[in-house]
Design a protein around this ligand. Structure first.
Ligand code: T3D
Length: 269
């Protein structure tokens, strides 16, 4: 077994069990809104999950009654006339690397949206691979309510998952979208009764952690590229990725198990 040490953070929970790194946004008094230190910790947590071969899936959630209320507005606009930090720099150092950390991790990321997901919090959820939401959760593109533009990849992910018409209306109106509406418009994978959310999200993440990890990572690479590729480019990429997937021990195991009519035991190699 590789030696791993569990990193400790101030505003992020990080635990590894059963092949799953569970990452919890943990500033519940302010609905887990983002400060720059919290974002740095989130990025470090994803880096730890990437480096740890025992981690084969990630589960992202929030502590308390919210998933994440976006940027901590007290940090973005300090009271009493203190100088305001440049917002473009906050976006570049807080949100952009966090989205990249999720999209570039070649392991599945499940998001359990346990309550309101607003602003950057809503779009952080959309950056994940499979999103479950509690039936009392909601999604708000809150940016327009304070004169801002969706960030954290919102203008990338949202039109792709719900279409331009809905994405534009959500971004310009800032309406609260219930979990059921989010599922109906294809924004998330599934709504779960609030009391069952974490059990279901952990079951799903553990299930993913027993699957062919490298193959799942390659599926993610294909999905990432799909947004910008032509059909021809994507067909070629699929051929390249298939060669990489077929060279894994998990492919050998999957075929052998099929032929021998037994359950495969994937190792993530
Ligand atoms: O740097 C930049 O600005 C650029 C980057 C921008 C990225 C963004 O995410 S911009 C969008 C920022 N987020 C928002 O505008 C959402 C603000 N929050 C809300 O609209 C509401 O809190 C919610 C709709 C999310 C939830 O409403 P509700 O009624 O359930 O809760 P609440 O009472 O409003 O909030 C509870 C507490 O959390 C409250 O503190 P208190 O009064 O108990 O001491 C509230 O101030 C605090 N809180 C909630 N959201 C934030 C926050 N504190 C700081 N920043 C927040 N974003």
């Amino acid at each position: 077994m590789p030696e791993t040490s569990t990193p400790q953070f101030d505003s992020i929970g990080y635990q590894v069990a059963d092949g799953v790194a569970e990452i919890t946004l943990d500033r519940p008094a302010v609905l887990n809104s983002f400060t720059q230190p919290m974002a740095r910790e989130l990025q470090a947590a994803f880096a730890a999950a990437a480096a740890d071969t025992a981690v084969r899936a990630v589960l992202l959630t929030g502590a308390g009654r919210a998933f994440c209320a976006g940027q901590d507005l007290a940090e973005a606009v300090p009271p009493d006339g203190a100088p305001r930090p440049p917002i473009d720099s906050i976006v570049r150092t807080t949100y952009n690397p966090s989205v990249r950390a999720i999209r570039e991790l070649e392991k599945p990321v499940v998001c359990a949206v346990n309550g309101v997901a607003a602003g950057a919090g809503a779009n952080l959820a959309l950056a994940c691979d499979i999103v479950l939401a509690a039936d009392n959760a909601s999604f708000i593109q809150a940016f327009c309510r304070i004169g801002l533009v969706p960030d954290t990849g919102g203008t990338f992910f949202l039109p792709r998952v719900v279409g331009t018409a809905r994405a534009t209306a959500l971004a310009m109106l800032g309406d609260k979208v219930s979990a059921a509406e989010a599922q109906a418009m294809g924004m998330i994978w599934r709504v779960v009764p609030a009391g069952e959310l974490m059990e279901e999200a952990r079951r799903l993440a553990r299930q993913l952690a027993t699957q062919p990890t490298r193959g799942l990572g390659l599926i993610k690479r294909a999905m990432n590229a799909s947004a910008a590729n032509s059909l021809e480019q994507q067909l070629e990429l699929e051929a390249v990725l298939q060669a990489e997937a077929a060279a894994t021990a998990d492919f050998d195991e999957g075929v052998a198990a099929f032929m021998e009519k037994r359950t495969p035991e994937f190792t993530g190699r």
